[in-house]
Write a protein that binds this ligand. Structure first.
Ligand code: FE
Ligand code: FE
Ligand code: FE
Length: 163
């Protein structure tokens, strides 16, 4: 792909995020299934639905730049999810597995936070306020999810039992 303008770079990044979100949409239900704490299960299920809406928001952003939504394999998300899968195969106590799931999920969220922060800034620089607003909305959701996971780790995991 030719990248002569900032908009080309933004579209490149949007394709990466679009593919990453679609990978996440498949991974989250597996993580919900594997979680033991009901609050964690519920958080994964809620973020699955949120992810579905984020994919639609991304489609809107593509449209705002006159493009059809299209993904390009996000190798980083592939790796992050692969590592999550590996740890999910371990024979772990329920609380320890929950902690591992939270850690894996936070790596996903942090990748998204980096990606959406950059994309939002590019959209702003290009003067596309509507696109910037949508990307900021998603960024806020990823940030909230990350904080929620930190909270769950602090509240749910019985640290003494894990020692
Ligand atoms: Fe997302
Ligand atoms: Fe990527
Ligand atoms: Fe997310």
């Amino acid at each position: 792909m030719e990248m002569n303008h900032l908009q080309d770079l933004l579209l490149h990044d949007l394709k990466d995020l679009y593919n990453a979100e679609n990978q996440i949409l498949k991974a989250l239900p597996r993580m919900a299934k594997k979680a033991s704490a009901p609050e964690l299960k519920q958080a994964f299920e809620a973020h699955t639905e949120e992810t579905r809406r984020q994919i639609e928001k991304l489609e809107e952003v593509f449209e705002l730049f006159g493009e059809k939504a299209k993904g390009k394999t996000c190798h980083a998300m592939k790796g992050i999810i692969e590592e999550g899968k590996e740890v999910m195969q371990e024979d772990a106590e329920a609380d320890v597995m929950d902690a591992a799931l939270i850690g894996a999920a936070q790596k996903v969220e942090h990748y998204e936070i980096a990606g959406y922060g950059t994309a939002r800034t590019y959209a702003e620089m290009l003067g596309n306020k509507q696109a910037a607003r949508l990307l900021q909305q998603i960024l806020d959701e990823e940030g909230k999810t990350d904080k929620k996971l930190t909270q769950l780790a602090e509240n749910l995991i019985n640290v003494e039992a894990m020692q």
